[in-house]
Each structure stands twice: as structure tokens, then as C-alpha cells.
Design a protein around this ligand. Structure first.
Ligand code: GLU
Length: 345
């Protein structure tokens, strides 16, 4: 390179560096990301500080059922009255899928039927055979859940045995309702193959199908007054099929979680009183959940039980007196401490 060419080169170089500096072109690629990357490091130590909020998620059930509104009430209690716990509620098919998600650590707490919890913990029945959910622990019992077999007016279904040749929704996939529906069919001497069709529909969808005449009957194991049946009864002529006599007796003798129950004539709109069988709903958690957290959560719920009573008619059946009824899995140490302090064990 000659001297003059070198000078021209240097001038161009200096000129270009000047332009980049003014326009900020050169640094642009590297600079913007960095400050954001640093931020989480500043926040991290706070997580371990006393007073940090622990986020807990709870598997509820159908949006049109009772688990979901009651879990929502618990979330409000956590928000207003329990220090350091925030509760997120997840809707789901319900009992069976909730149990599996406790097993897979995807849920911290869940509302489940006490029969399904027992089958899950012991690895029994089609849904859990060979796959026990051993980390499931009990917290407290909630309220009775009758097996409500809803039939369309004019379907001619007088007993579960009459479901032969009918189109029937057996409950949402992964629900306890489905577990119960299959047991009822079996006790009536039927299998799914005896039905014209056996559907697994989300609860609200089953109600829509019934209203539209696409199915003749649907099983819902759910608290009395659940909006899924309540709203259907306003729009469509329906009734509840009695599950009584030999079929009820067989079920109660074979599966110890069932008890006889009456659904009063004023539970829904123009739906006469019916006799059926019922299980109970309970709240479960994981064995590895902190005992203080479980204790504080229960203390908060029972100190503010009025919020649960106000959330749904069935919420009034959630009481301290009945909080150990039908508990079908071993209690969590935090729950044990709570019941010991209450003088209940
Ligand atoms: N008991 C129902 C089930 O597990 C859920 C009812 C509800 O969501 O309220 O199938």
C-alpha cells in the first residue's frame, strides 16, 4: 500500500467509525438484551425470604360442577386471609385425571371422589390397575356426591337396566362419574357393548347432547344442585332415574364407598325426588408438600368457612364436624396436626 492509499484508507476508517458511533449501529446488536438477562438474579434471593408467597395449584373439576366454584372460593380465602399462599384453580375432567396429576406432580392439591382416591392410592380398578398413586395424602372431606343418572322425558328409562340399547353419556374422560357409571352398568348386568352408544363428553357438552336429543341419558356424579343439571332442567324436560333395589344393594355391598341418598324434589326445576347412591368428595395433596403449608391452608379455610358456605348451596355441607368423614387415603402430616389440635383424633 502506498502512503497516499494508506492515508485514504485511514480517513475512510475513521469516518466509518464516526458514523457507527453517532448512529449507534455497531453496538445495537449486543446491547438491548443484556439488562433484562440480569434482572431475575436480583429477584431470586427473595424467594427464600420469610413471607414469600408459595403458589399452590388445585385440580378442580367441571366448570359446571361443584368442585370448581368451591375451589374458587378457597382461592379467594387464600387471597384475603391466608398469609403466603396463593391458590390457582384448574378445571379438569375431575377425579381420575386429578389423581394421576397428583402422581405426576403436576398438581399440588386436588378435589376428588373418595372412592376414586382409594382406587388410585391402592392401584385398583381399570383406571389405576398396576399404577398406584402412592404419594396421595388426605386433607379433609367436603360433601356427598350422588350418582345422578339424568334421563330425557319420554326415554322410558325406569332403571339402569333400561339403558340397554340407549345412547348414554358415561361421564367426562378421566372423571369419577365415568368410574361410577361403569360400576352401575355392571351391577345392572350390562356392559358398554349393550348400549347403542357410550359417549365420554365434557359435562356441559353431555347436557347439550341431552337437550338436543342426541343422547337419552347421562351420568353425573356431582353435588346436588350443580349448574350442569340445574340449567338443563330449566331448558329441557328431564328426570332422575332411581338407582335402588338389587342394583343399589349390589353396588353398596361391592363398593364400600356407596351409601343410599335421596335427591329432594326441589333440587332442580320440575325434577321429581329420586333415590340413588352417593360417594363423598375430599381434598387430597402430595406427600412431599410442606406440613406447615398444608396446616396453614386448612386453618385458613376452616376459619373462613362462611365463604365456602356462600359460594354454593352444597358448600354449606362442608363443616369441621364432617371433615374426617369417608377419608379414604392416609392423612398428610399437616392435616393430622390440624385435626389433633381440633381434638378430632
Ligand atoms: N365428581 C365428579 C367427578 O370426579 C366431578 C364433579 C364436579 O366437578 O363438581 O367425576
Amino acid at each position: 500500500m502506498t502512503t497516499s492509499k494508506f492515508l485514504i484508507f485511514m480517513l475512510v476508517a475513521v469516518f466509518l467509525v464516526g458514523i457507527f458511533a453517532v448512529a449507534g449501529c455497531a453496538p445495537e446488536e449486543a446491547v438491548p438484551e443484556e439488562p433484562d438477562v440480569e434482572e431475575p438474579e436480583d429477584e431470586e434471593p427473595e424467594v427464600d425470604e420469610p413471607g414469600a408467597v408459595t403458589r399452590v395449584n388445585m385440580g378442580a373439576g367441571w366448570v359446571t360442577g361443584v368442585y370448581y366454584p368451591l375451589a374458587g372460593a378457597m382461592s379467594r380465602i387464600a387471597h384475603t386471609s391466608i398469609d403466603d399462599i396463593s391458590l390457582t384453580v384448574e378445571s379438569s375432567g375431575a377425579s381420575a385425571v386429578n389423581s394421576r396429576m397428583i402422581g405426576s406432580m403436576d398438581l399440588d392439591m386436588a378435589i376428588v371422589q373418595n372412592d376414586v382416591a382409594y382406587y388410585a392410592f391402592h392401584g385398583e380398578g381399570a383406571a389405576f390397575e398396576g399404577n398406584p398413586i402412592e404419594n396421595m395424602r388426605g386433607m379433609f372431606s367436603l360433601y356427598p356426591e350422588p350418582v345422578q343418572l339424568v334421563a330425557a322425558a319420554g326415554s322410558g328409562i325406569e332403571s339402569p337396566a333400561d339403558l340397554a340399547g340407549k345412547n348414554v353419556a358415561l361421564g367426562p374422560l378421566g372423571s369419577g362419574a365415568e368410574v361410577n357409571a361403569l360400576q352401575v352398568l355392571e351391577a345392572a348386568g350390562l356392559s358398554e357393548d349393550d348400549l347403542a352408544s357410550a359417549e365420554r363428553l365434557e359435562a356441559g357438552e353431555a347436557a347439550d347432547f341431552l337437550r338436543d336429543g342426541r343422547i337419552d341419558a347421562a351420568f353425573f356424579t356431582v353435588g346436588i344442585g350443580a349448574s350442569v343439571i340445574d340449567e338443563l332442567s330449566v331448558m329441557t324436560d328431564i328426570y332422575l332415574v332411581n338407582i335402588v333395589g338389587d342394583i343399589a344393594e349390589t353396588l353398596i355391598n361391592t363398593y364400600p364407598f356407596y351409601a343410599s341418598v335421596t335427591i329432594p324434589g326441589d333440587a332442580y326445576t320440575d325434577v321429581p325426588e329420586a333415590e340413588t347412591i352417593s360417594v363423598l368428595s375430599i381434598i387430597v395433596t402430595r406427600e412431599d408438600m410442606d406440613a406447615d403449608l398444608v396446616y396453614n391452608f386448612m386453618r385458613g379455610i376452616f376459619d373462613n368457612i362462611q365463604v365456602i358456605h356462600d359460594a354454593h348451596d352444597v358448600g354449606q355441607l362442608v363443616t369441621l364436624d364432617t371433615a374426617l368423614d369417608g377419608m379414604s387415603v392416609p392423612l398428610h402430616p399437616g392435616a393430622e396436626r390440624f385435626f389433633e389440635e381440633e381434638g378430632m383424633m
